[in-house]
Design a protein around this ligand. Structure first.
Ligand code: NDP
Length: 451
């Protein structure tokens, strides 16, 4: 059968663009891609990229204070949100153009509209029907709003980048990546910030000691963290918003952000017509090769709700290309996914937590807590925390965790060693780079304890 395309991709985010571009430019495929919103997807337009630029912007409040401590005379006349926001959006426009050009230069036909499946080899775009040998769904996800009366008055992460002005106070509901990062950003901008989490410690799923330490540091920096608190209602008042909790306590805030997870974008894509099966959260169910329940339909990235991170969507795209276009079926190894939470201070982590590793093997736990040279000189109370989880029997480093400045940068390199299966001896043999924060990673000689 003749198809219009070898591959049709729905969704122009990190995963979709990578798959389309490589299929067209390196595998010689005829490729079409439909995107109804902006090219670049969540990561580029309303996620990682603008968030990281906001992290940088917010950290200048600390840098300016520290500059005084280091002998500089700097006049701090405050932060101009509108000026920053304007520049931020110019940068996002530039990046969107880069993404469009990548597709154009690779020879991908783009359709700036919503596409739906008619059957497992046909997509409908407006009145047009196009056929494809393979269809790839990479439509990402969207913020999830919990079922709380008045929640429609709360912001979600997408809204943060478009705020007209910075609020004086903000409550943030949730204790995951976005809640913690946004709390640090807003606090850095001078917004009176309260983080409200329903559980007993933020960042569930991370190593317990890391969670405790970063929460302590965030609180030291001025964020009010309220644990075991359930929000039951949000009321609009003359002054702003009133948040009511399960004990009936009421508090007023200028703005409330709900950062309570994300939902896969699988609605209204014609998936029922084509027999593509979905899971409980609406995620497209796929096998180890990203193939859905239909032979010709694949899905990658957040719409599959496996590990909702940009580099994973990109790697899933590359594995998809290997499998479908190069006849070299490739499964992605999800065991060692390094990740960072861009709080102040940052969290960087790769491998197993102590709680996970202790389920299957006796461990040696190495930890260190110290004031970095820079922070100490600036008169700050901040402390770095590092932790290595080592399997006692074979001395393999199973997990490596940091709470420190630049933890995202540190963990990227530590991840190479952990992914390669480095032992504690390999760390010990590595010569320290002095004076740095990360040298402590190779100078922890004795276990703090066994577990
Ligand atoms: P997360 O899954 O990280 O966190 C969701 C938080 O919301 C959890 O604390 C959860 O609590 C809480 N929550 C969920 N439902 C409710 C509810 N009904 N009422 C109250 N609280 C609730 O999601 P995020 O939205 O923070 O981020 C989405 C994903 O995006 C992340 O998982 C991550 O994959 C990705 N991301 C990655 C970043 C990075 O790499 N730096 C940055 C930002 C996002 P509980 O723990 O009790 O379930």
């Amino acid at each position: 059968m003749n198809f219009d395309y070898d591959l049709f991709v729905i969704g122009g985010g990190s995963g979709g663009v990578r798959a389309a571009r490589v299929a067209a430019s390196e595998a010689g495929a005829k490729v079409g891609l439909a995107e109804e919103d902006r090219y670049g997807g969540t990561c580029v337009i309303r996620g990682c990229v603008p968030k990281k630029l906001m992290v940088y912007a917010s950290e200048f409040s600390r840098h300016l204070d520290d500059a005084y401590a280091f002998g500089w005379s700097v006049e701090n006349s405050g932060f101009d949100w509108q000026k920053f926001r304007k520049k931020l959006h110019l940068e996002l426009d530039r990046l969107e153009t880069v993404y469009r050009n990548l597709l154009r230069n690779a020879g991908v036909d783009t359709y700036d509209q919503r596409a739906k499946l008619l059957d497992q080899n046909t997509v409908v775009i407006g009145k047009k029907k196009l056929t494809a040998r393979t269809i790839l769904i990479a439509t990402g996800g969207r913020p999830f709003r919990p079922d709380i009366p008045g929640i429609e008055n709360a912001l979600v992460s997408d809204d943060i980048f478009n705020l007209e002005k910075l609020p004086k106070s903000m409550a943030i509901i949730g204790g995951g990546y976005i809640a913690c990062e946004m709390a640090s950003i807003m606090n850095g901008f001078g917004v009176n910030t309260k983080l409200i989490y329903r559980g007993d410690q933020i960042l569930r799923g991370f190593d317990k000691e890391i969670r405790d330490h970063v929460a302590e540091e965030m609180a030291k920096n001025g964020i009010s963290i309220s644990l075991n608190e359930d929000v039951t209602k949000i009321n609009v008042t003359a002054e702003g918003l009133e948040l009511v909790n399960s004990e009936g306590k009421k508090e007023n805030f200028d703005k409330i952000l709900t950062a309570t997870g994300r939902t896969p974008n699988s609605d209204d894509l014609g998936l029922d017509n084509s027999g593509v099966q979905l899971g409980e959260k609406g995620e497209i169910l796929v096998d180890n090769f990203s193939k859905s329940s239909r032979e010709s339909v694949y899905a990658i990235g957040d719409v599959t709700n496996r590990s909702n991170l940009t580099p994973i969507a990109i790697r899933e795209a590359m594995s998809f290309i290997e499998t479908v276009f190069r006849d070299r079926p490739e499964k992605l190894d999800y065991r060692f996914i390094p990740t960072a939470v861009f709080t102040t201070p940052e969290v960087g982590t790769v491998g197993l937590t102590e709680e996970e590793a202790s389920q299957f093997a006796p461990l040696e736990i190495y930890t260190t807590k110290f004031k970095s040279m820079r922070e100490a000189f600036a008169g700050r109370e901040d402390r770095v925390f590092m932790k290595l989880i080592v399997e006692e029997k074979n001395q393999k480093v199973l997990g490596c965790h940091f709470v420190s400045p630049f933890a995202g940068e540190l963990v990227q390199l530590a991840a190479v060693a952990v992914t390669m299966g480095a032992t504690k001896l390999d760390f010990d043999k590595t010569i320290a780079v002095h004076p740095t924060i990360s040298e402590e990673l190779v100078t922890m000689r004795k276990p703090t304890r066994r577990a």
